[in-house]
Design a binder for this molecule. Structure first.
Ligand SMILES: Cc1cc2nc3c(=O)[nH]c(=O)nc-3n(C[C@H](O)[C@H](O)[C@H](O)COP(=O)(O)OP(=O)(O)OC[C@H]3O[C@@H](n4cnc5c(N)ncnc54)[C@H](O)[C@@H]3O)c2cc1C
Ligand SMILES: NC(=O)c1ccc[n+]([C@@H]2O[C@H](COP(=O)([O-])OP(=O)(O)OC[C@H]3O[C@@H](n4cnc5c(N)ncnc54)[C@H](O)[C@@H]3O)[C@@H](O)[C@H]2O)c1
Length: 473
């Protein structure tokens, strides 16, 4: 046991103000609470994740309109992209929200029972934390009956010789650039790579994507990943099956040395964006000192109630979740909130049908089993697709590449998975998520309701009707 001076004991300490900040409401008014935040209030989604990226994506979608409109006989020109104006509008909206969130917690009478520590917390014992303030003042030790770990994760930087010398960006910094680069090299082929490749190329930047794997977004259903990779290759310089072995400066820019199927090669850009995944912050919190078990992936281990292995310690969001998605972090925050307030009536988190969307071009959305998942299982399944070009609104759009794919149990019609690539994919997928969540089978979903004609959701209706389900009497 360390003999630090304990400055305070709390009923509850929350580490991290992303989804962790949403736990507190008037029901906690009688609790003595501390909130610890080492960075900007509001966490990843608000400040450097979902929200600003999608604000850039929307602007990128608008910049892409003239190219798409010409095919329909509408001639428009893109006169320019005012990057500083786009950037400043986005952060001019976001930064004050983060700022007012911090002020609300620190100073509003609603939070009279809450102490805010602006600093980094780490475990020094069971439910015992050392907090190192951001302002350089001496560390303080606090203890608590309950602790919620909501400290998220951080971008991974791969071990490539020279990478720290050349300078690189991650999603944390690339949205605040002073000016657009002429050429951008993106290392990685997941969500972040796909979204920023779209944003920067729509703004006129020459984009090179370096993928370790043989396809982009290879976690998607393989038909979706294949279609997206083919489309990406038409827009960006896509290098598949490449290993980056060395980074060096090239003039004012950067050169990456790659090894691939055809041997050694190099790619150059004015900027390098590293987008090779994220890792949970459990290590920085020294959670093992608090008796908290960690999985081989680095995630804090939790049970179905979001309890860690240490008494009184809960976890939510990216620090413990393999999904690393805001709607999952929010759901888990609601579960932890309920369980803190109702220790005798614990509620389990529901991770049965976790959807996701990639806001690239075209958009992609997915829920449930992919075809490759289904092949690995023992259960019977069937799959069917419908192209956007097979429904009236898809004709209107002259879409030739989008499709919806649905997997189902052929006997019961239970929907096992849904995957869509094309305009408005996340919006089109939502009824499939709803059907899976509430047990609506494919037959009932297809024919038990009207589908607005000629709406784009007809692509989902037709994919359902195309499923080769077992005949029913
Ligand atoms: C570029 C990008 C785009 C994304 N887009 C989407 C999207 O479109 N849709 C989606 O669902 N998800 C998206 N995500 C993922 C989403 O942002 C995360 O899943 C979500 O923000 C996780 O929330 P959280 O509360 O677990 O962690 P965070 O929001 O990361 O909050 C953790 C907080 O803890 C603080 N902290 C960390 N360590 C300590 C410490 N030792 N002491 C004190 N404080 C600490 C951090 O400063 C941070 O503020 C995106 C992520 C990125 C990076
Ligand atoms: N729209 C969204 O919901 C959204 C958007 C952005 C980020 N996110 C979340 O943030 C997380 C992080 O995103 P991400 O794109 O950084 O990670 P990711 O896990 O989606 O993709 C990382 C990719 O980098 C590749 N990779 C790993 N090491 C590499 C190396 N050394 N060289 C080249 N490639 C390498 C991997 O094979 C993988 O394809 C995602 O898992 C996602 O949950 C969500």
């Amino acid at each position: 046991m360390r003999l630090d001076v304990i400055v305070a004991h709390y009923d509850l300490v929350i580490i991290g103000t992303g989804s962790g900040n949403s736990l507190l409401d008037s029901r906690f008014a009688g609790w003595r609470v501390a909130v610890v935040e080492r960075g900007v209030f509001g966490g990843t989604c608000l400040n450097v994740g979902c929200i600003p990226t999608k604000m850039f994506v929307h602007a990128a979608d608008l910049a892409s309109v003239p190219a798409a409109a010409a095919r329909l006989g509408v001639d428009e020109t893109l006169d320019g992209v005012r990057w500083p104006a786009i950037r400043d509008r986005i952060f001019g909206r976001i930064d004050p929200i983060a700022d007012s969130g911090r002020k609300y917690r620190m100073a509003h009478p609603d939070n009279a029972n809450v102490d805010v520590y602006l600093g980094a917390a780490r475990f020094v014992g069971e439910r015992r934390l050392e907090i190192t303030p951001n302002d350089g003042s001496p560390a303080e030790t606090v203890t608590a009956d309950r602790i919620v770990l909501a400290a998220g994760g951080r971008a991974v930087v791969p071990e490539i010789e020279g990478i720290h010398d050349v300078g690189f960006h991650t999603s944390d910094t690339v949205m605040r650039l002073d000016e657009l680069p002429r050429r951008l090299v993106i290392l990685g082929s997941g969500f972040v790579a796909a979204e920023f490749a779209h944003v920067f190329s729509a703004f006129g930047v020459e984009v090179t994507v370096v993928a370790r794997s043989g396809a982009l977004l290879r976690g998607e259903d393989r038909d979706i990943s294949l279609r997206f990779t083919q489309l990406a290759q038409q827009c960006w310089d896509v290098r598949l099956d490449r290993k980056a072995v060395l980074a060096e400066r090239a003039g004012d820019g950067v050169r990456l040395h790659l090894e691939g199927p055809d041997g050694a090669e190099t790619v150059e850009g004015d900027l390098l964006l590293v987008a090779v995944g994220r890792t949970p912050n459990a290590d920085l919190l020294a959670v093992e000192e608090g008796g908290i078990a960690v999985a081989p992936t680095g995630h804090v281990m939790v049970d179905e109630f979001q309890r860690t292995s240490a008494d009184g310690v809960w976890a939510l969001g990216d620090i413990s979740s393999p999904w690393e998605l805001k709607h999952v972090a929010n759901h888990e925050a609601r579960i932890v909130q309920h369980n803190l307030l109702n220790p005798g009536r614990l509620r389990a988190a529901d991770h049965r049908f976790v959807p996701h969307a990639v806001f690239t071009a075209p958009q992609i959305a997915s829920v449930g089993l992919t075809e490759q998942d289904a092949e690995r299982g023992d259960a019977r399944w069937v799959a069917a697709t419908e192209a956007y070009s097979g429904v009236a609104y898809g004709w209107a759009m002259e879409d030739t590449t989008g499709f919806a794919k649905i997997l189902a149990d052929p006997a019961t019609g239970q929907i096992l998975g849904g995957h869509i690539i094309g305009p408005q994919a996340p919006t089109l997928l939502q009824p499939i998520i709803q059907a899976m969540s509430f047990g609506l089978d494919a037959r009932s979903m297809a024919r038990g309701q009207y589908w607005i004609h000629p709406g784009l959701p007809e692509v989902v209706e037709n994919a359902l009707l195309n499923l080769p389900l077992d005949p029913v009497d």
